[in-house]
Design a protein around this ligand. Structure first.
Ligand code: ADP
Length: 637
């Protein structure tokens, strides 16, 4: 084994020795770091997207941002609003239409003018009212005086009352004339940013309220019931819609019309409401659309809307990791400072604590030499660590606070994974010691990056049908198992000399969870099947992960860090991972002494480490004869 690199078991070295977190910035605490003022300069790691947004802002183009949650899509949209020119901002007024009350009129004036106009109208109406009051008082006093002089007291009071009521009736007419300020941009420093994510049609496109008293002249005039939609509030600014594909097709269609026309009438959205009778003049809605979502969202997106964006704008695919370079680590330092300032309530971070955050960013990237850009989650960690430091009255967040915070801010999936391990161990669904035939501790990923033990059991029996054996796979991941066995059947034949078509092979993923990612289980499936066919026990203190090529090479898989940590938690002592994944290993310090990590390159390597007991030697010997496909085994002394 000695001269084969892959046969050496390499125990994991700590991050410190392998990868530094050294930045080039000189600082003692995150307080020393200057946070840029503009939002666009606060966005880190998304250089391409930032360039596109700058260009789009200049030209007022629409943008479609595709990417994972929490990588800065809404932040980019907000930053774009900051970049748009603000001189053009408008206030929008809605006026009564005397000729056709159900078609209120619309007026647009420069920002800040709207409120003045409404005030003027109100003042005018008030002075008219005052005049009318004076006039009324005069008439009433005149009648009373007349009655007094003619000794007709009662009649005079009655007459005064009737006149009072009659004049009251005319009153509303004057107030009706006051326009309503539909969109107010007074004093606004930057172009509006309106987040319309999940908005229903009324909120998005505007609405006219129902009026139960509309007949009989007692009701609220139509123009006062008109409400602006988000598309109108976003006029001359940015309309941001996340998860655009979940919006109803009809609404998307209307949104498209609004984008094309740059103006859109407001009408009551509910057909049974009296608001539906009202339809305003077209209201300006000259917004820039920033839509976002993940790749699947594209499926739910109206094709015409997508093509509109493509034709009059840009599409950007956001990154979720960036290379682990000193410059990029510096950016994460800036990020920590930013998040602290933004929160406003937590203390700044010591240099060591910042470095712990950077290490976590390396771990969360889940692949070699990368830093995660899922910064919403990382920001959550910053805040949690800040809260802990604050609760102990500290002036600075220290490394221990970050480590403590990682424990507290575990995701749901991590919590499920932990509970799963405890439970499964209790009911011995999997074992972490001894040997078992046909039983393998596979490793899988649940959620984003939480590892989980995926016990696999295989059973081989002589085929019932004469022509051919069957592969019977049960459990939630049956399809994957069947495929894995089919892919490796040639391999098994070559490795063991056994033709699996003489057998019925049963495979089960024991109590697999919903949402468990299982395609990295083919190495485990193959091992379980070989163990069952040859009746050679598998070492239960070993767990494995890896994808198998049809030639017998072990191919890289995702989430090795989470998987190794889960195995360590479960009391497993040795984990076999694809050799090409070794650089992705970023396990927590506390696990380093708990497990041995063994890189494997071929199925031969796997069997060498996973199988134990009598039959193993003879199997290996048989395998040695097949030098062409397992060269690494042949180097055995
Ligand atoms: P998304 O819209 O992609 O889901 P957000 O823009 O809402 O993500 O990001 C949430 C928060 O995470 C932001 O307010 C910011 O604090 C942080 N964040 C996310 N991405 C970045 C980034 N690229 N640069 C700096 N901070 C970021």
């Amino acid at each position: 084994i000695k001269n084969s690199r892959t046969q050496e078991s390499v125990s994991y070295e700590g991050n410190e020795t392998k990868k530094g977190t050294g930045e080039t910035l000189s600082y003692e605490t995150s307080k020393d770091i200057e946070v840029p003022e503009r939002l666009i300069d606060q966005i880190i790691g998304q250089e391409e997207a930032v360039e596109t947004i700058k260009k789009a802002a200049e030209q007022r183009r629409n943008v479609l941002l595709i990417g994972e949650p929490g990588v800065g899509k809404s932040m980019l949209a907000k930053a774009m609003a900051e970049l748009l020119p603000r001189e053009q901002l408008q206030d929008i007024l809605v006026y009564p239409n005397i000729e056709d009350p159900n078609n209120p009129l619309i007026g647009a004036v420069p920002a800040g003018e709207g409120r003045k106009i409404v005030m003027n109208h109100k003042n005018k109406a008030r002075s008219q009212d005052e005049k009318k009051n004076l006039f009324m008082m005069l008439i009433i006093s005149f009648i009373l005086v007349l009655g007094f002089m003619m000794n007709q007291f009662l009649a005079a009071i009655i007459a005064a009352g009737i006149i009072f009521l009659a004049l009251q009736q005319f009153r509303p007419r004057t107030t009706v004339m006051v326009p309503k300020l539909l969109v107010n941009n007074e004093g606004r420093q930057v172009a509006p940013f309106v987040d319309a994510t999940g908005a229903h049609a009324g909120a998005l496109l505007g609405d006219v309220r129902h009026d139960p008293y509309q007949s009989g002249g007692l009701g609220t005039p139509a123009h006062e019931r008109v409400e602006a939609g988000m598309i109108h509030k976003a006029n001359k600014g940015v309309l941001y819609i996340d998860e655009i594909g979940t919006m109803k097709m009809k609404t998307q269609q209307e949104l498209l019309t609004a984008m094309q026309e740059k103006r859109y009438s407001i009408t009551g959205q509910s057909e049974t409401s009296s608001g539906a009778m009202v339809r305003s003049q077209a209201v300006p809605c000259d917004f820039v659309l920033v839509a976002s979502g993940n790749l699947q969202v594209l499926e739910g997106m109206h094709p015409a809307l997508r093509s509109r964006i493509r034709g009059y704008g840009y599409e950007v695919f956001m990154k979720d990791t960036m290379p682990d370079t000193p410059e990029n680590r510096d950016k994460l330092v800036q990020f920590v400072a930013q998040e602290v300032e933004k929160d406003g309530r937590i203390p700044h971070f010591s240099r060591e604590a910042v470095e712990e955050i950077i290490r976590e960013a390396q771990r969360r990237a889940g692949k070699k030499d990368s830093l995660t850009l899922k910064l919403r989650e990382l920001g959550g960690l910053v805040r949690a660590a800040g809260d802990i430091a604050k609760s102990r009255g500290a002036e600075l967040v220290e490394t221990e606070d970050v480590i403590e915070a990682k424990k507290l801010s575990r995701t749901l999936e991590q919590q499920i994974a932990d509970r799963y391990i405890v439970q499964k161990k209790k009911y011995s669904v999997f074992k972490s010691e001894g040997g078992e035939v046909g039983r393998v501790n596979g490793l899988a990923i649940i959620g984003d990056r939480s590892g989980i033990i995926l016990p696999i059991a295989a059973e081989a029996a002589p085929a019932q049908s004469k022509e051919e054996g069957r592969i019977i796979a049960t459990g939630k991941l049956g399809e994957i198992a069947r495929e894995a066995v089919q892919n490796v059947s040639a391999l098994i034949k070559k490795y063991t000399g056994t033709d699996i078509s003489n057998y019925d092979i049963h495979i089960q993923f024991l109590q697999a969870y919903d949402g468990v990612e299982g395609d990295s289980a083919s190495v485990s499936v193959a091992t379980a099947v070989i163990s069952a066919l040859e009746e050679i026990p598998v070492d239960q203190s070993v767990a494995l992960t890896g994808s198998l090529s049809i030639r017998g090479d072990v191919l890289p898989v995702g989430g090795v860090t989470g998987k190794i940590e889960a195995a360590a938690e479960a009391g497993i002592r040795k984990v076999l991972i694809p050799a090409s994944n070794m650089g992705d290993v970023m396990i927590e310090k506390k696990y380093e002494d708990m497990v041995e990590i063994v890189p494997v390159e071929t199925l031969g390597d796997v069997l060498e480490h996973a199988l134990i007991g009598k039959g193993k030697e003879s199997l290996i010997q048989r395998m040695q004869k097949i030098s062409d496909i397992v060269p690494s085994i042949m180097k055995k002394p």
